[in-house]
Each structure stands twice: as C-alpha cells, then as structure tokens.
Design a protein around this ligand. Sequence first.
Ligand SMILES: Cc1cc2nc3c(=O)[nH]c(=O)nc-3n(C[C@H](O)[C@H](O)[C@H](O)COP(=O)(O)O)c2cc1C
Length: 157
Amino acid sequence: MANQRFLDTMARLPAGVVLVTARAGEEFRGLTASSLVSVSAEPPLVLVSLERESATRAAVLETKAFNISVLTKSQEFIADRFAGRAPAIDPHWRTLPHRLGRNGIPLLDGCAAWLECDLMQTHLAGDHDVCVGEVKQAEMGSGDPLILWDRSFWTLH
Ligand SMILES: Cc1cc2nc3c(=O)[nH]c(=O)nc-3n(C[C@H](O)[C@H](O)[C@H](O)COP(=O)(O)O)c2cc1C
C-alpha cells in the first residue's frame, strides 16, 4: 500500500492535540503531538508516539520523564510553533507562560488538562518510538479542545 494513501486515510481520524514536554539539563524540549492515547486505568498509563529523530524524544528517553499539556483552540499558534511550522520557542521558555511540574518539567499555562508522567516502557515502532508513561499527577483545566482532523485544526463547536 502506498504510504500517501495511509497518511491520507489516517487524516480522517480526529485526534486531540497536546504538547509533550521534557527537560534537557537546564533547557526544555517540546513537541506538538496528536498521538496521545489513554492506555490503562490501574495503573494509570498513557502512550505517545515520538519520532525517532525528534529532540523531545531524545530528552524523554534520557530523563525517563515527560509532561503533557492538552492544548485548546486558542493555542493553535503554540501547536504550530512546537511543530516547527512557526518561529521556535527559546529553550528556556522565557516568553511562554508556564509552571514547572513536581518533576521539574514545564506545563503550559491555560490548557484543558495536564499530566506528569514517568517513562515506563518504550517500543520501537517503525520511524517512531511508542513511549508509555505512568501518570503521576493529573490536573484538569478548561477551554475548548484543539482537534486535528483532515490536516487542519478544529474545535467541537
Ligand atoms: C498536528 C500535529 C501533530 C503531530 N503529532 C506528532 C506525534 O504524535 N509524534 C511526533 O513525534 N511528532 C508529531 N508531530 C510532529 C512534531 O511536532 C515535529 O516534528 C516537531 O518539530 C519535533 O520537534 P523536536 O525535534 O524539537 O522534538 C506533529 C505535528 C503536528 C503539526
């Protein structure tokens, strides 16, 4: 099957958009992702699939921890910036309102929800690594979710 047909077909699947963050020494790394999935309730587990070449994946594997900030529709520009489609954020996030989780990894302000995770397992999967995280902290925010569908951003209404 042609790769383009697979990509075009998967574009029909709606997905929530999140920011995956990690720490690299004194700097932060972050990546826009649409692959976050809830996996298990007991223990609480999620998975996110990270490109083998991404700087965020390297930091997650190095520190064995990552955070998730669930983006809202008003944060579309941030999604573009962390996907390399708009000017990059400086590695200390000086211009980006955030707080640090208990694990020292940033959580973006104004999101729909936040998770702090310990990396539990990684599975090689083609050109990505599936990273399974055990959720150590979970917090609810508010706002309309940012949804990826048909290669564009949407919200629910
Ligand atoms: C809507 C959207 C969803 C994305 N989902 C993922 C994903 O689930 N996993 C991934 O590794 N990259 C995903 N990407 C691509 C990364 O955001 C992009 O490669 C990023 O620049 C990697 O940054 P880094 O190398 O600084 O970690 C997505 C991009 C967009 C725009």
